[in-house]
Each structure stands twice: as structure tokens, then as C-alpha cells.
Design a protein around this ligand. Structure first.
Ligand SMILES: Cc1cc2nc3c(=O)[nH]c(=O)nc-3n(C[C@H](O)[C@H](O)[C@H](O)COP(=O)(O)O)c2cc1C
Length: 212
């Protein structure tokens, strides 16, 4: 099959998509229709993976008791993170909203099977972390596809991964890579929330090559 061409219009729209992909922490409560969520998962699985191993394992967390337990874990870890900051920016940290776990209609935990039979070990000998990286590629693909569908995604990493994995009763060998809040965003923006709140900003130096 011939590769389709991508028009200039598409290229511009793709850049717009990248600019408007946001980490979302403020969600509307209405659910995303199941066929839309299923479609996003299918698109995520188009991501590249080491040895074609497809090590990602997407788990929808629907059970209210489990979701509550994850929220509690976040609250504990976030309180610890706040306590560990020095006084100079603890106030700034405390004012940030670092998860949309209360409002988001969907929670998705993403695990990596770091010793999958699929892919027959190809490419992992010297860089075993490549399975985790492949899972991150799928998460990013999910994030972009969601943005294109008007759906917001927020990545929560202020949780104890082993603790949350235990709550979800999955294969003990799987590594928790991300806990995602998913739903329609309250206030889409082209600027990261951390920048809007004065915590951090993009650094133009990161857009420059280092030559060797
Ligand atoms: C690996 C990873 C972990 C993250 N963990 C959190 C988190 O725990 N809480 C949070 O509010 N944002 C989290 N974020 C979102 C970042 O803060 C966000 O991507 C960054 O500020 C840039 O904003 P943008 O994604 O809207 O462009 C995480 C992002 C990544 C890639």
C-alpha cells in the first residue's frame, strides 16, 4: 500500500494539536462515551515498541472503592511531598492542583510488562528499560489521540506505584508507569497549567541542538 501524503493543512493542524495537548487537572463530570474511550485505546496501541513487544497494559479503574483508595494514596504522597519541600516554595506547592482524581469520570492505570514473551527479547539486551519507554510511547499516543477527540488526560505520578499496583490486583510483575485521569476538560488552554500558575515555564534553550 502506498503511504498517503499529509497535506500542509494537516501538518498545521497537527502542530496545533501538539500545542493544545495539555496535562488536565480540572474535568467536567460527564463521561466519555465507551466507543470513544475504546477508540483511544486502539489508537494508543499504534505506538512503536521495542521488538514489537507491545508491553503496555491499560487498566480501567472503575471500582469506586479502588478509586477512593488511589485518591487516599495520592493525598498521603502529596502531603509527604509538601512536607519535604523547604519553606521557600512550600506555599506555592500547596496552591497547585496536581491531580484531577476527584472529578475525572475515568481513571486509567498504565502498566508495563517488562519481560513480555512478545517481541522475543529483541532490542532489550543492553537497554532493558526499553519496555518501559515503549509503554510511555503508547501513553503519549493515547494523550494526543485524546486531545484530538476533545478529551483531556492528566498524568498523576504522586502516588506509591507498588501500593497502587497492589490495590489493582494485577500481575505482580507489571510495573506501574502512569495513573491517568481522563475526561472532558473544563478549561482547554494552549499554556501548561504550571506556567499559568507561575510555577515553571518552558525554556527556549531546550529547543536548541547540542552539537558534538
Ligand atoms: C511522566 C510525567 C509525570 C507527571 N506527573 C504529574 C503529576 O503527578 N501531577 C501533575 O499535576 N502533573 C503531572 N505531569 C504533568 C506535567 O506537569 C505537565 O506535562 C507539564 O507541566 C507540561 O504541561 P502540559 O503537559 O500541559 O504541556 C506529569 C507529566 C509527565 C510527562
Amino acid at each position: 500500500m502506498t503511504q498517503p501524503g499529509f497535506s500542509g493543512t494537516f501538518t498545521k493542524e497537527f502542530e496545533t494539536l501538539l500545542r493544545w495537548r495539555r496535562d488536565v487537572r480540572h474535568f467536567r463530570r460527564d463521561p466519555v462515551p465507551a466507543p470513544v474511550l475504546d477508540g483511544l485505546l486502539a489508537t494508543a496501541c499504534l505506538a512503536p515498541s521495542v521488538g514489537l513487544s507491545e508491553p503496555w497494559r491499560f487498566v480501567r479503574v472503575d471500582d469506586p472503592a479502588r478509586r477512593h483508595a488511589v485518591r487516599e494514596d495520592f493525598a498521603r504522597c502529596n502531603a509527604e511531598a509538601l512536607a519535604a519541600r523547604d519553606g521557600s516554595d512550600a506555599g506555592d506547592y500547596a496552591r497547585l492542583k496536581l491531580a484531577g482524581l476527584d472529578d475525572a469520570p475515568h481513571h486509567v492505570a498504565v502498566f508495563s510488562d517488562n519481560d513480555p514473551a512478545q517481541g522475543r527479547g529483541l532490542g532489550r539486551g543492553t537497554m532493558p528499560q526499553t519496555t518501559t519507554w515503549s509503554t510511555v510511547m503508547a501513553i503519549h499516543t493515547f494523550w494526543l489521540a485524546a486531545t484530538a477527540a476533545g478529551v483531556g488526560v492528566g498524568w498523576v505520578s504522586i502516588i506509591d506505584p507498588a501500593h497502587v499496583a497492589g490495590m489493582l490486583d494485577v500481575d505482580p510483575e507489571w510495573e506501574l508507569v502512569a495513573y491517568l485521569c481522563v475526561g472532558y476538560p473544563q478549561d482547554p488552554s494552549d499554556t501548561p497549567e504550571l506556567q499559568r500558575r507561575g510555577w515553571e515555564r518552558r525554556d527556549p534553550a531546550r529547543q536548541q541542538w547540542i552539537a558534538r
